[in-house]
Design a protein around this ligand. Structure first.
Ligand code: DX5
Ligand code: ZN
Length: 212
């Protein structure tokens, strides 16, 4: 079996188009995955990409992490902007329907679990998804404390659905990434560690090197 490559996904929190473009410029030449944090100021206490943003052509996977109360509404209007759409279990009333819609439009779908959500809450839903995103912080901001105990969910998820991609989001640094790697994660979102670094490419390479 070929080993799946492990990726660092820089995350973008932006209040306006200018900030989005400025942050994309920091990472678009080397990132293989870019993680867009969409926040509505309701599901989480912050706003990000909560406007009709425009993306340039990007040569990498673009994922949209929807921290919004009504993901169905966002998706109906914006699904074309991303390759993978990540929906919180805690927000969505009709996951199978939403997955069907996105599949019809050739999009991948990820299921996001907040720290308080257990794998047993979602075990019958995993079959609809291409990926699971395990939150290792309470969502909303760059730089929140890393909640390591959530990493145990990765093993449980992979037991229930062999081979499914699992991504972790929040608090990933050069100190914490080894725990997520050893727990079996495939994709590692990095907000502040990469985006706020003086040299984002160096910070990115440092994290990537710790995955070997
Ligand atoms: C907020 C977002 C995360 C955030 C990660 O919860 O979903 O993607 O950008 O930022 P750090 O890596 O600083 O915790
Ligand atoms: Zn995120």
């Amino acid at each position: 079996m070929t080993k799946r490559l492990k990726h660092i996904a820089p995350s973008i929190i932006a209040k306006n188009q200018g900030e989005l473009e400025e942050k994309l410029d920091r990472v678009k030449d080397f990132a293989k995955v870019i993680h867009l944090d969409v926040m509505d100021g309701n599901f989480v206490q912050n706003e990000s990409l909560n406007f009709d943003f425009i993306l340039p052509e990007l040569p990498c996977r673009v994922e949209a992490h929807l921290m919004v109360r009504y993901p169905e509404k966002w998706i109906a209007k914006n699904y074309r902007k991303a390759d993978l759409i990540q929906v919180h279990y805690e927000t969505c009333k009709s996951l199978p329907k939403l997955c069907k819609f996105l599949k019809q439009h050739k999009k991948q779908v990820g299921l996001v679990l907040n720290p308080e959500t257990k794998v047993s809450d979602v075990s019958d839903k995993l079959k609809y998804f291409d990926q699971v995103l395990v939150m290792t912080v309470n969502p909303g901001f760059y730089g929140s404390p890393f909640l390591k105990e959530n990493l145990d969910k990765i093993y449980e998820i992979k037991q229930l659905r062999k081979g499914i991609e699992v991504e972790v989001d929040g608090g990933i640094t050069d100190k914490t990434i080894k725990y997520a790697r050893d727990a079996g994660a495939d994709v590692f979102v990095s907000g502040s560690y990469v985006m706020k670094a003086e040299n984002p490419e160096e910070a990115f390479n440092k994290l990537q090197s710790l995955l070997k």
